[in-house]
Design a binder for this molecule. Sequence first.
Ligand SMILES: [Zn+2]
Length: 328
Amino acid sequence: MDDSTTKPFGVVIEMRITTGLIFAGAVSLCAATVAWSQTPAWSQTPAPKGAQNTAPVPARASGPQVACNGNPDALGVARVVQIDTTGGPGFGFEHFKQLDFLRDKEVVLTFDDGPWPGTTPAVLKALADQCTTGIFFSIGKHATYHPEILRNVAAAGHTIGGHTWSHANLNNKKLSTEQRKDEVEKGFSAVKWALEAEPSPFFRFPALQHPPELVTYLGERNIAMFSCDVDSFDFKARKPEQVVDNIFKKLDKVGKGIILMHDFQKRTAEALPEVLRRLKAGGYKVVQMKAKAPVQTLAQYDEELKKDTKLPTVSTRPVNSVVQTISE
Ligand SMILES: [Zn+2]
């Protein structure tokens, strides 16, 4: 069922990658087609607080011929698209078929359920080794357990969205409408608490369960919803090879799309270097998705979170635990 058919949708604005800087496209409501270079344009510079999704990102590479970490064949980032989330656009053909912005052979990498020790840092390392990027849909509780890991995700320049507070299935009939909204809102507030900045208004429903009332609600909240085109089924995989096989069996058939993985899963962390290598070898290109504006969390949930979880205040956190270099 396509819950998004009656919803207005946002506008995808392309951004151009040049030899060292990513420039926001003209502030316009029409998508502008521009050329892009194949230069991996990437940065580990922490983004300015509260502006990580809109500020130009200084790239580490200084010219078109500069390799990524000495690797001239790195996957890199082919282009960056900026999403106007007004009205709650939906992405991923498994549930949302209105917005087909990816060109042939283009993929968006997405990672759910983190941040988590061991696996999330391994995923970050694999992405950094290829100078490429993804969207991380964080569980609110996990963000409060491991804020420093989530901050490393942000510092590496990746896009961060929400995936509920406790990974509740929002189609569960035992939950009231209010409880479902709580899951969404408290999840975003927890990610904001961990980042000390608003995350992107990007959301993925746990288990891809899309109750229509919540689809409507997210639309009213101007939050984009992400299903997928290619499910890695990594949570079922016993070996990393199965993750790779699952992805390419589907991807080679459909030719492009949003790939669903989990930075929470050990098999994914193990498989990702090979997934990225195969993407490059297969001629696939990674597209980075950024939000035009950050999510506006609701004050009552920000406050409730502070009271409920007895989280440490920001000032009690050791500075050197907040940002770490994951690769040089
Ligand atoms: Zn999940």
